[in-house]
Structures are given as structure tokens and as C-alpha cells.
Write a protein that binds this ligand. Structure first.
Ligand SMILES: [Zn+2]
Ligand SMILES: [Zn+2]
Length: 174
């Protein structure tokens, strides 16, 4: 008689290769904590997993992006990704604060895990997602684009939709 073994879903093991300057590197533990809420993945720092996500920062110039994630796919699964943070913008007063730095690092790692934007309007209510563009990461009532906008809640974390996307992307067998 054959033993019926319950098939256990393998979690995708992803390692962030941290080449960041200390100013950004300090935000990586929160990135790991936040995205590891997704049950389909295990994200570690500087591990030897087959999926490698190097992240670095440099002065990439006035190129139109604060951060960028370039992703390679094997079928519909991410095989690796590269994340870059652009100091050309991040050193400007507007970006030079802890929540902006945390937001950009968590946001770009989100892209590297296959998560897209939830909203790309800066002057509207936050959906509570780090994948939602906003002029006020921490929420609250502020002037924006000439009028007062109630931004509501903080956008500093992934929300359940983001976590669901990570699980859709990584949590299925072929
Ligand atoms: Zn698949
Ligand atoms: Zn983005």
C-alpha cells in the first residue's frame, strides 16, 4: 500500500544581496519583516538562495527614476532581479528623510517580488500600501497641488493586496 503523502508547497527562497550604503541598509530588516508576511516566500539577506536580488545605490544621474527594479523571468516566475536606488534624487531635501528612504527600498523590493503599483496619483488618499504613490507617506491632512487633501493612513507598509500578489506570483505549482 502506498502512503499518501500530502504535497507540501515549497516556498520560493529569495536572497537580497545588500550592497547598500548604511543610510539605506538600516531599512532592510523592515523590508524583510514586511514582505515575509507573504506565506509563499522566504526572503533573507545575503543568503545563498538561487533567486538573488542585489540592491545598491549610486548617483545614476537625472534619469527620471528614484529607484528601479529590473526583473528576469523563468516562465511566469522571477528568476532574479536587480534593484537600484538613485542618490541623484535621494540626496535632495525632498527625499532625504527616513520614511522616504524606507518607502523607496520597500517599494522597489516589492517590484522585485512581482508586485505592481496600486495607485500612481500623488495627491490623493493613501490606500495603505507601499506600492501606492503619494506626496504624504505617513498620511494625514496636508496641502497638495493647491488644495487640502486628506491622505488618511500611512503608505509605509505592504497591504493585504500586495501580499496577495506576492502569493499569486510565487505560491502556485506547475
Ligand atoms: Zn507559475
Ligand atoms: Zn514603482
Amino acid at each position: 500500500m502506498k502512503l499518501l503523502k500530502k504535497k507540501r508547497k515549497q516556498r520560493a527562497k529569495i536572497s537580497i544581496k545588500n550592497n547598500l550604503s548604511p543610510v539605506y541598509s538600516q531599512f532592510v530588516p523592515r523590508v524583510l519583516r514586511d514582505w515575509n508576511l507573504a506565506s509563499s516566500i522566504v526572503v533573507t539577506e545575503n543568503g545563498s538562495d538561487s533567486i538573488q536580488v542585489p540592491i545598491d545605490n549610486n548617483y545614476y544621474g537625472d534619469v527620471g527614476w528614484v529607484g528601479v527594479a529590473n526583473i528576469s523571468y523563468n516562465g511566469d516566475h522571477i528568476s532574479n532581479a536587480t534593484v537600484r536606488i538613485n542618490d541623484t534624487y535621494m540626496k535632495l531635501a525632498r527625499y532625504k528623510n527616513a520614511e522616504q528612504q524606507q518607502f523607496v527600498v520597500t517599494h522597489e523590493i516589492g517590484h522585485a517580488l512581482g508586485v505592481g503599483h496600486q495607485n500612481t496619483t500623488f495627491c490623493d488618499q493613501n490606500v495603505g500600501s507601499v506600492m501606492d504613490y503619494t506626496a504624504q507617506i505617513l498620511g494625514g491632512s496636508h496641502s497638495c497641488g493647491g488644495s487640502t487633501v486628506n491622505f488618511g493612513i500611512s503608505n509605509l507598509n505592504p497591504n493585504p493586496n500586495d501580499i496577495g500578489t506576492v502569493n499569486d506570483q510565487n505560491g502556485h505549482n506547475h
